[in-house]
Design a protein around this ligand. Structure first.
Ligand SMILES: *Cc1c(COP(=O)(O)O)cnc(C)c1O
Length: 413
């Protein structure tokens, strides 16, 4: 029995969500659209199998084919990122980060990471998280010009002697000098961790610096620019293999989600193709077009612009707050998220900025010309945030425009 027959309530919600995805412009930089093959693997019978342990060392019988699947995912990820060891079991980005800390830092140990409002992630030690009670997080910030402050990191590393120095961000749009961080860490005897959750796809394609050969440990999600299923992954040096595997299972998790791991394996195969390199290049070109559109139209871009897939910008010069801009854009069929800007004077629920990115619209086949149109609509919607008639007319234009970039044709639930 299919969903529509058995559960019309869920079927209805799924179909409406599909229509929302098809008719709107997805500009949230952490979102993407997976391929039909990835979607198929997620819904596969691999979900039925318990497989606690690792390939060849399981606590359950009947794992032969599951081992084949998980080993393929591991081997492909190792090749894609030039890694010595990979664990593909973390359920998502946050559990991957938790496992990395458990593996490398004793409770009470010190971790030096980026401040949330300067582009860091909640899991990098924000006071609202439980992990901030377990480890001692200290935060560095960007410079007033908006770049990573390597000198400040060096000064703080010398002063606090952290166990771990952490880079890799959710809101930062510039390249990272991993070799420089490694030099600082070596001087103070710290281990190095990069969280490449946002930019893993760009790194896989060779379009951004790869921390994996340089750093001790690298965590990532698989569902952002990497365009795989919702999930996490840890890549590390051989000497951390045992600690990482033990931290994930049995340290923190139970049975791995092998349907998701099958989907990860497929996504890694896709990411190794020449088409994926072109995709990553187009993501960056599209972000650059939006950068110039918003510069011309008087927005204040954080970090001076972008080297990757995302833009963080202050919308208050245009007479709206981040919250007002997010709601107005939603009414216009364009999805973004409100976001704090560095040292934001406003609150997290109504900050000064919005964060936007190009991975999802690039997957739909949109290029430079389309970005100019999208940037114009976004500006018009933000300026007209109180004018529902204008926002509705943009939404109609957006709907007609997106119908030229089909998504999951013939799919229905
Ligand atoms: C998205 C993200 C995470 C968390 O991933 P989830 O899958 O949402 O748990 C962690 N770190 C960074 C830098 C991220 O961007």
């Amino acid at each position: 029995m299919n969903i529509a027959e058995f559960d019309p309530d869920i079927s209805h919600a799924l179909n409406r969500e599909l229509t929302r995805q098809q008719n709107g412009l997805e500009m949230i930089p952490s979102e993407n659209f997976v391929s039909p093959a990835v979607l198929e693997a997620l819904g596969s019978i691999a979900t039925n199998k318990y497989a606690e342990g690792y390939p060849g060392k399981r606590y359950y019988g009947g794992c032969h084919e599951i081992d084949v699947i998980e080993q393929l995912a591991i081997d492909r990820a190792k090749a894609l990122f030039d890694a010595e060891h990979v664990n593909v079991q973390p359920l998502s980005g946050a559990p991957a980060n938790l496992a990395a800390y458990v593996a490398l830092v004793p409770p009470g140990g010190t971790i030096l990471g980026m401040d949330l409002s300067h582009g860091g992630h909640l899991t990098h030690g924000h006071p609202v998280t439980h992990i901030a009670k377990v480890w001692n997080f200290i935060n560095y910030k960007t410079t007033p010009e908006g770049l990573i402050d390597y000198e400040e990191i060096e000064r703080m590393a010398r002063e606090h002697k952290p166990n771990l120095i952490l880079v890799g961000y959710s809101g930062y749009s510039r390249e990272i000098d991993y070799a420089r961080i490694k030099t600082i860490a070596d001087e103070v005897g710290a281990l190095t961790m990069a969280d490449m959750a946002h930019i893993a796809g760009l790194i896989a394609a060779g379009e951004m610096n790869n921390p994996v050969p340089i750093f001790d440990i690298v965590t990532t999600t698989t569902h952002k620019t990497l365009r795989g299923p919702r999930g996490g992954m840890i890549l590390c040096k051989k000497e951390h293999r045992k600690a990482v595997d033990k931290a994930v299972f049995p340290g923190l998790q139970g049975g791995p989600h092998e349907n998701v791991i099958a989907a990860k394996a497929i996504a890694f195969k896709e990411a190794a193709l020449p088409e994926f390199k072109l995709y990553a290049q187009q993501i960056k070109k599209n972000a650059k077009v939006l950068e110039s559109v918003f510069n011309e139209r008087g927005y204040k871009l954080m970090f001076g612009g972008t080297d990757n897939h995302l833009l963080l910008m202050d919308v208050t010069p245009k007479g709206a707050t981040g919250q007002q801009a997010e709601i107005a854009l939603d009414k216009a069929g364009i999805t973004v998220n409100k976001n704090m800007i560095p040292d934001d004077p406003r609150s997290p629920m109504d900050p000064s900025g919005i964060r936007l990115g190009t991975p999802a619209v690039t997957t739909r086949g949109m290029k430079e010309e389309e970005m100019k149109q999208i940037g114009a609509w976004m500006d018009e919607a933000i300026v007209a945030w109180q004018d529902d008639t204008k926002l509705e007319s943009i939404r109609q234009e957006v709907k007609a425009f997106t119908s030229n970039f089909p998504l999951y044709q013939n799919l229905t639930y």
